[in-house]
Design a protein around this ligand. Structure first.
Ligand code: ADP
Ligand code: MG
Length: 617
């Protein structure tokens, strides 16, 4: 029998490894920018074409490479940053695995120019699919200039699965923003398709935040600074009024490395307590400096997840630091922010990591639509439609035609009596069979008992269907001009998303135009919207687009319609008059799905006469 085991060729091994390190253009951007930073650059330029699919180029003025190092840098596990395993625990550089360049070179056409000193000849290398095509001396300033062309050109399946240009560019912006925030002392420039998107001069953190996230934060940043024996915390948090409906402006950096951590996020958001509305997210750009030995950054190749030794303690320090900052800026009442060990026994510290996350997922739009209970209604729908029609007929009957069996006062009506046709019965004494409770619920009599309608949700369903209809008939929704258009500035990533949905929004009556880089102006809003609500809708839509899972069954249009409907329903006027109440019932039952809001919440509930009887039994 022949032996079967073969060693993978370098090329294939690198391609496989590349899959882990380089998932999309943004991953290559991250790696190249990090290399420039590790090389001590003070000025870094990022040049991108076609959202990185055609070109990702990074030019730095760092220390450069010798001809041999330049060639070596593309070998797998080639790194100048660690020598032995102990170095891992004192690592201060961004990279250390020595995989990035090897991975990039396995899945793209790469050209590198580098030089260790001005005036001396530099090195030029061309490498494609791991194969060195050329190495020659070339004129070059001190520093490195690397071009990654046609990423995944030799892995068609990967290239095919890249998202639309705007999505990929948004990921690139995410990476760029994180790195540029972490290194305000380095100048950065970003070009996309020949247009300069950012020109960030060397400066301090505050000016960097403003340059990246928007000048509207200028007077709204509260400095945070706390030194403890375990870690140093510094950075800025936004004043409560900067809390957004979207989560975009939240950044943690551990030793200069961007991380996501819902536990720490919880610590910060809870520091605001009642200062911000529920479901809004405060801005923060916070740096935690900790002895590298106490953090394990090695858990994930893309290094966004980290493990800490003392995460409880970090939680309480962080929360105390933020509370302190808010309090000493007279934003929050002065509270006890002493960093005594007792703080670790605060209930907040004992909370499970992600109760907020769990709650958010539960109340999420998709969750509602696909949760078992609600999925069932989709299947039930055909049968229950007939019942709704019937209900509706009853609910819209003039009051005096609602009847009950003679003698109904004395004897309990039988089941048969309840489902008897109105013609068999005699009038009820009431002259209005509808009752509005606390402005929230509408109760109306129906054949089998009563129907409890949630007014806001009913309005949500109604608005949704109205807008869907005009969408389907391709008429633009009725729009009103805004008298004094306000401009809004968004985070760059959000701006890209918003840009994408402008035509959809317009068709729904929300006229948004792009003013400048990340600034938009709202010129028209759907009829019925109150001033100021447009911002809320836009933020909501962006937040949903961000969390949109790639296989979402619900279309984007649907999602936007649902958000609009929700806001419109909140601004709908109260329904005091019986005629308005009737109109609401009429319109609800004329919708495609009267029983549920577009988000899957119940709009009404039937309460059977029997159940009422039981209540008092
Ligand atoms: P790592 O960053 O994990 O060491 P990389 O594959 O990203 O691995 O880079 C390999 C090596 O190439 C680095 O350790 C560094 O010595 C060198 N290198 C890469 N990019 C640059 C750069 N822009 N300037 C100077 N040296 C670089
Ligand atoms: Mg690297």
């Amino acid at each position: 029998m022949p032996d079967e085991i073969l060693l993978l060729s370098d090329h294939i091994a690198n391609q496989i490894a590349a899959g882990e390190v380089i998932q999309r253009p943004a991953s290559a951007v991250k790696e190249l920018l990090e290399n420039a930073i590790d090389a001590g650059a003070t000025e870094i330029q990022l040049i991108v074409k076609d959202s990185g699919k055609e070109l990702i180029q990074v030019i730095d003025n760092g220390k450069g490479m010798s001809p041999t190092d330049a060639r070596m840098s593309f070998e797998r596990h080639a790194t100048s940053k660690i020598r032995n395993i102990d170095d891992l625990f004192t690592i201060r550089t961004m990279g250390f695995r020595g995989e990035a360049l090897a991975s990039v070179a396995a899945v793209a056409q790469v050209e590198l120019k580098t030089n260790k000193e001005d005036g001396a000849p530099g090195t030029r290398i061309i490498i494609e699919s791991t194969e060195v095509k050329l190495q020659e001396p070339c004129p070059m300033n001190k520093g490195t200039n690397i071009m990654v062309k046609n990423l995944f050109y030799n892995v068609p399946a990967r290239r095919h699965f890249l998202k639309s240009g705007s999505t990929e560019f948004r990921h690139i912006l995410d990476e760029f923003t994180r790195i540029a925030l972490a290194f305000p002392n380095i100048g950065f420039r970003l070009w996309h398709n020949g247009t300069e998107q950012f020109h960030l001069t060397q400066g301090n953190l505050k000016s960097r935040i403003i340059a990246l996230l928007g000048s509207n934060f200028e007077k709204k940043l509260v400095p945070v600074e706390q030194r403890t024996e375990l870690l140093n915390i510094f950075g800025f948090v936004g004043k409560p009024e900067t809390a957004f409906r979207t989560r975009g402006n939240q950044f943690f950096f551990i030793n200069g490395r961007f991380i996501r951590n819902s536990y720490l996020n919880h610590a910060v958001t809870h520091s605001y307590e009642s200062l911000i509305e529920k479901d809004t997210f405060p801005l923060y750009v916070l740096f935690l400096e900790i002895d590298p030995a106490r953090v394990d950054v090695n858990v994930h190749p893309t290094k966004q997840e980290v493990k800490f030794e003392d995460d409880r303690l970090m939680y309480s320090y962080l929360q105390a630091a933020v509370k302190h900052a808010l309090a000493s800026n007279n934003i929050a009442p002065s509270i006890d922010f002493s960093l005594s060990p007792e703080i670790t026994t605060l209930p907040a510290v004992q909370l499970p990591v992600s109760d907020r996350e769990i709650e958010q997922t539960r109340s999420g739009y998709l969750q509602h639509i696909f949760s078992d209970r609600n999925q069932a209604h989709v299947i039930e729908r055909k049968d229950s439609l007939r019942n709704w029609k019937e209900l509706y007929e009853i609910a819209k009957m003039p009051e005096d035609t609602i009847r009950t069996k003679p003698g109904g006062h004395d004897a309990l009506p039988t089941q048969a009596a309840l489902i008897a046709t109105p013609a068999d019965t005699t009038p009820v004494q009431t002259n209005n069979n509808k009752l509005l409770i606390h402005g929230t619920y509408l109760v109306t009599t129906v054949k089998s008992g009563m129907m409890l309608i949630h007014v806001g949700r009913a309005q949500e369903r109604i608005w949704y269907d109205r807008m869907l209809n005009s969408w389907n008939t391709r008429e633009s929704a009725a729009s009103q001009r805004v008298l004094f258009p306000t401009s809004y500035e968004f985070a760059p990533q959000d701006a890209v998303l918003l840009e994408e949905v402008i035509p959809d929004l317009a068709r729904m009556g929300l006229e948004v135009s792009h003013l400048g880089k990340h600034t938009f102006v709202v010129q028209g809003v759907p009829l019925g919207l109150r001033p100021g609500e447009e911002k809320e809708i836009i933020e909501d839509v962006i937040e949903h687009l961000k969390n949109e899972s790639p296989d979402a069954v619900t279309s984007r249009t649907d999602m936007i319609l649902a958000r609009l409907a929700k806001t419109l329903s909140r601004s709908s006027d109260a329904i005091q008059h019986p005629a308005e109440q009737q109109a609401l019932i009429d319109e609800l039952f004329a919708t495609s799905q009267p029983e549920y809001t577009p988000g899957g919440k119940k709009t009404f509930k039937m309460i059977k006469k029997d159940d009422l009887d039981n209540l008092l039994a």
